[in-house]
Design a binder for this molecule. Structure first.
Ligand code: C2E
Ligand code: MG
Ligand code: MG
Length: 321
């Protein structure tokens, strides 16, 4: 397993805290510490040390938490100051174990807060409209990087870029995408745009027009986090969508919950019968990977295979198709 980036660890920690918050306080307080295994006790000690050394810094900056006007102001300057970065997470073809693409995932290298994950600033950028500029920057940056990989011999490597609802509703989105392709001198077939179900289904008529225009450019579209929104299957089958990305929550449940396993099989079958590819997100264990292969999933992405990382830290060549 690739070594984790601190921002990913922080996200894991937030998820863990979230799960703990669902447990009654008394159950946490009365946890039988004496029954912990040596490994569990060590992990707890390490976590305690890490948290206490970071806590001072975290509380010092918490005034500028997501949603604050200061953060929005700083975000406005982040792109100009060169504080935004794209990390990339490989996507692996399950039929041969080769890397066939990467998803670009934005990060903000904040001078005081360190590496800020997108969950902390993308919703804010959506609210303020800053996402339009940030999204355009990310598209161009990803196209330039994809072309750089082409130049290094990774000629068919596809780069997926996330689009937010606000970006998707921009009337000039197609021109922006075409401009990014030109800026990177990238073949349209090597770019994929990820959209959520809600973003496409909010206005299915306008959505269909936008998807068709993108597809006419030769750029692929994918539905991200599939299964968590409210898709009209009728619309979905008529839209020019090429990829369904199965949400992490189903992948997480696939080994323990027969309902999730059945859903994943059904999503795969549906994707294939509509001529789409399926990508499983958030694959963390070999058991999940084996089951996903068994369910007919085409491509997998997750910490088990590779963590998101800056381009220079990725070793794509070794496992490139
Ligand atoms: P997403 O597009 O669904 O991306 C997948 C998220 O899952 C990423 O979180 C990724 O780091 C994380 N992930 C990957 N493998 C695993 C795994 O095995 N286990 C777990 N627990 N998580 C895994 P990240 O990078 O924090 O991004 C969160 C969301 O922020 C993305 O979800 C996407 O909706 C949004 N986002 C990221 N980059 C951009 C961007 O450039 N533009 C826009 N508009 N949104 C972005
Ligand atoms: Mg995505
Ligand atoms: Mg997703």
């Amino acid at each position: 397993m690739a070594s984790p980036h601190p921002s990913e660890l922080l996200e894991d920690l937030l998820r863990l805290a979230d799960r703990f918050s669902q447990v009654p306080e008394s159950a946490v307080r009365d946890l039988p510490l004496e029954e912990l295994s040596a490994a569990q006790a060590r992990a707890l000690q390490q976590l305690g040390r890490l948290l206490s050394s970071r806590l001072g810094r975290a509380s010092a900056v918490s005034g500028a938490s997501s949603g604050s006007p200061e953060l929005a102001q700083e975000l406005g300057l982040a792109a100009q100051r060169g504080e935004l970065r794209l990390h990339y997470q490989p996507q692996v073809d399950l039929s041969n174990g080769r890397i066939v693409g990467v998803e670009s995932l934005i990060r903000w290298q904040h001078p005081r807060l360190g590496l800020v994950p997108p969950s902390r600033f993308i919703p804010l950028a959506e609210e303020t409209g800053q996402i339009v500029g940030i999204g355009e920057w990310a598209l161009r940056e990803a196209c330039v990087q994809a072309q750089a990989w082409c130049g290094q011999g990774l000629e068919g490597l596809c780069v997926a870029v996330n689009l937010s609802a606000r970006q998707f509703s921009q009337p000039d989105l197609v021109q922006i995408v075409a401009g990014a392709l030109r800026a990177g001198d990238l073949r349209p077939g090597l770019l994929e745009l990820e959209l959520t179900e809600s973003c496409v289904m909010e206005d299915p008529v306008a959505g269909a027009l936008q998807l068709t225009a993108i597809s006419d450019l030769g750029v692929r579209t994918a539905i991200d986090d599939f299964g968590t929104g409210y898709s009209s299957l009728n619309h979905l089958s008529r839209f020019p969508i090429k990829v369904l990305k199965i949400d992490q929550s189903f992948v997480r449940g696939i080994t323990g919950d027969p309902y999730d396993a059945a859903l994943v099989s059904a999503i795969n079958a549906m994707a294939h019968s509509l001529g789409m590819k399926s990508v499983a997100e958030g694959v963390e264990t070999p058991e999940q990977l084996a089951l996903l292969k068994g369910c007919g999933c085409d491509v997998a992405q997750g910490y088990l295979l590779a963590r998101p990382a800056p381009p220079e830290a990725l070793d794509l060549r070794r496992r490139y198709a």
